[in-house]
Design a protein around this ligand. Structure first.
Ligand code: ZN
Length: 346
């Protein structure tokens, strides 16, 4: 809270809320805000829903400029095992995940053609859409499990408008080890290193979410551009509290490795409240610096503190109430991702 404020401005809790909401809108007018990892909520890309207006409407309601909308190629084989832990339940058939991924790209094409979203292929596109007040998406893929060793499929994804890719997810692949799986590669493979270089060459944001600390540290050695780790929280996060997601949290060293590349770490929305979420941002900022923290909600069906984008402006208001300056809030809400995007995509 602002604390101790006496006088005409913000002298009641309601007045403080109104005041920070207006300050938050000002932040969102000045800077391009980005959810760096989302599936677009309950009727989004991981749902069975047909293409629809919900995402654009929610973004407009909360003044969110950009959603990095992630298709999940291994979605068809994911589920919870007997212990309730999410993972790949079977080995995919050859071509199965590639085919599913292509179907999801068609779904995104429909969203862009008829449902109020612009697809950004460059930083200039993001700037133009923000200036015009149009919500936009960055095409994103969570897990390169559809490549099956064929780098030309990465090039094809670029031609289809994808500008952001995550190396690994829940399905064992030949790129590197992931946090919730059995370690088989001792980090990044030589093919994985080739994929990182291909991301740089083709112009993708390279996202190392879900990768093990060893995979990330080896990717950092290969990387010549800033890396993104789009959705996580600091290991043992007091703001999150007890959670089944501890295996997906990251250590201080893991976080620092990303910051060393000039990159950014997105904090997911699995916190009990927006205030606690801001606590999660602060925990990470204390380790890597505020210029390396961003917002990657991971919105889909799971409840979280930002399940509805009409809350976006209230998240920024909570950042301001929590002690971030307007400039810091603008950078966390999008500026830091824009720096990574400009370096990686142009
Ligand atoms: Zn994920």
């Amino acid at each position: 809270m602002l604390g101790g404020g006496v006088g005409p401005r913000g002298s009641t809790a309601a007045a403080q809320t109104a005041e920070t909401a207006s300050a938050a809108l000002d932040v969102l007018r000045k800077s391009i805000s980005v959810d760096v990892h989302t599936h677009g909520g309950t009727s989004g890309i991981t749902s069975q829903a047909p293409p629809n207006d919900a995402l654009a409407n929610g973004m407009l309601a909360g003044s969110l400029a950009v959603a990095c909308l992630a298709d999940v190629p291994d979605g068809p084989i994911l589920g919870r095992n007997a212990a309730g832990v999410l993972g790949a339940l079977r080995t995919p058939e050859p071509g199965q995940l590639y085919k599913y991924h292509l179907g999801r790209l068609d779904w995104v094409d429909e969203m862009v053609a008829h449902h109020g979203l612009r697809r950004a292929l460059s930083a200039a596109d993001l700037e133009a859409a923000h200036a015009a007040g149009h919500p936009s998406i960055v095409g994103d893929v969570e897990g390169l499990d559809f490549l099956e060793g064929k780098l030309e499929r990465l090039e094809q994804a670029h031609q289809r408008g994808i500008r952001h890719v995550q190396l690994v997810h829940y399905t064992p692949n030949d790129i590197g080890d992931f946090q919730t799986g059995v370690v088989t590669h001792q980090g990044l493979t030589s093919y994985g290193a080739e994929v990182v270089r291909a991301c740089h060459r083709l112009g993708f944001v390279c996202d190392v979410a879900h990768a093990t600390e060893d995979t990330v540290k080896q990717a950092v050695k290969v990387a010549t551009k800033p890396l993104l780790l789009s959705h996580t929280a600091l290991s043992g996060s007091p703001a999150m509290g007890p959670t089944p997601l501890t295996a997906r949290q990251i250590s201080r060293d893991h976080a620092r490795a990303i910051a060393e590349t000039g990159g950014a770490i997105g904090i997911w929305h699995f916190f009990p409240s927006l205030e606690k979420y801001v606590g999660g941002l602060k925990e990470m900022a204390d380790v890597v610096g505020v210029e390396h923290v961003c917002v990657g909600t991971d919105q889909q069906v799971t409840p979280g503190s930002l399940q509805d984008y009409s809350q976006w402006v209230h998240l920024v208001a909570a950042m301001l109430r929590g002690g971030f300056t307007p400039e810091e809030a603008g950078n966390i809400a999008g500026g830091n991702y824009m720096r990574v995007f400009r370096a990686a995509v142009g």
